[in-house]
Design a protein around this ligand. Structure first.
Ligand code: 13P
Length: 336
């Protein structure tokens, strides 16, 4: 088990975090569409290769989560993508769920699928070079939801997934994302996140998952995106840390937040504030998708040959989040 714990530490220690570049083809198509680039296996690889070959940008990236398509692709020079990632001392990860599907008898809620055949797929991913995995459960908030059923069914699936991943000698990222969309206030997000985390750790214990060999990927505690009452960084950081302290067992070595629709600067600023008041033994870092790639994608969309400037923007975000992961980020550094 200490082997899995070492993988966690390799990914998250020393101002490092995770690049979540595991958008499904559908999601990546939306992202590319937004900058006017036609989505294809080649264009999806091309953008990702620009980021993954940035020596400076990769200095604060301890792990990269890939999608099934990317883990099987090669760079222009014929290098396998996991080899490219390893060449920077970073660890290759893979998204293994097959998506959040509509639950029966609920108009909005979802259950994440992907358990069938997972044991065999994990063997394949290990062979391809993966050493950690991701499974994302999605929890919706509105007046009547989440239901007990959605919380329980998703926590149960996460625990079954995590136990299979540890059997395959990889580190499972446990991602129960409470969505930011809605008009709920920060207290409601706190209440739901606390309930979801409690249920997840109940199921993980029941399934005998060794928590020392896991990473939690939670949402921060935030008001809904349509809430009229905005919260400041101080309130967000205090409530997020309190929620984690009260609901995540202390054996969990590392927590890497998702950005979930926050702007790039917000995601950095909030992570920094959380680390400034962190009085736990948890490593509190990032596993950002949009908050690491948005700006870089915009520049790349304007000129796909402009590798230098695309990497420059990515490096800035990766460095800033690295500093935020130890509470050393300063707003002034963003204008440099
Ligand atoms: P965001 O940081 O864009 O929320 O993506 C993280 C992720 O991997 C969601 O599953």
């Amino acid at each position: 088990m200490s082997e899995l714990n070492n993988i966690v530490l390799k990914i998250l220690s020393n101002k490092k975090g995770i690049l979540a570049a595991d958008e499904s083809n559908g999601t990546m198509t939306k992202r590319l569409d937004s900058v006017g680039v036609k989505s294809s296996p080649e264009s999806r690889l091309k953008f990702r290769e620009v980021l993954l070959s940035s020596e400076e940008g990769m200095k604060n990236i301890g792990g990269v989560i890939l999608y099934d398509e990317t883990i099987r692709q090669k760079t222009e020079s014929g290098k396998k993508i996991p080899e490219l990632i390893n060449s920077f001392g970073s660890v290759t990860g893979i998204k293994v769920d097959t998506g959040a599907k509509k639950m029966v008898n609920s108009p909005v809620e979802t259950i994440t699928e992907g358990l069938d055949g997972l044991r065999e797929r994990l063997e394949d991913y290990y062979e391809l070079g993966a050493r950690f995995t991701k499974w994302r459960a999605v929890i919706h908030i509105n007046k009547s939801y989440p239901s007990e059923l959605a919380i329980n069914a998703n926590a149960h699936a996460l625990a079954r997934y995590a136990s299979l991943v540890q059997e395959a000698k990889m580190v499972p990222i446990i991602e129960p994302e409470v969505l930011m969309s809605g008009d709920h206030n920060i207290n409601r997000c706190y209440e739901v996140t606390a309930k979801v985390l409690k249920e997840c750790y109940k199921e993980l214990k029941f399934h005998e998952v060794d928590l020392k060999g896991t990473i939690l990927k939670p949402n921060m505690v935030l008001p809904g995106d349509r809430c009229s009452i905005k919260s400041n960084t101080e309130e967000i950081s205090e409530m997020t840390l309190k929620c984690l302290k009260e609901n995540v067992p202390p054996e969990v070595p590392g927590i890497a937040f998702l950005s979930g629709g926050q702007s790039e600067i917000e995601a950095t600023q909030n992570l920094n504030a959380i680390n400034k008041i962190n009085d736990t033994n948890f490593i509190l870092s990032f596993s950002y998708g949009r908050a690491l790639q948005q700006g870089a994608l915009k520049i790349w969309g304007e000129n796909q040959e402009d590798v230098l400037n695309t990497q420059k923007i990515f490096t800035q975000r990766s460095k800033m989040n690295g500093l935020a992961s130890v509470g050393q980020w300063l707003k002034e550094l963003e204008t440099k």
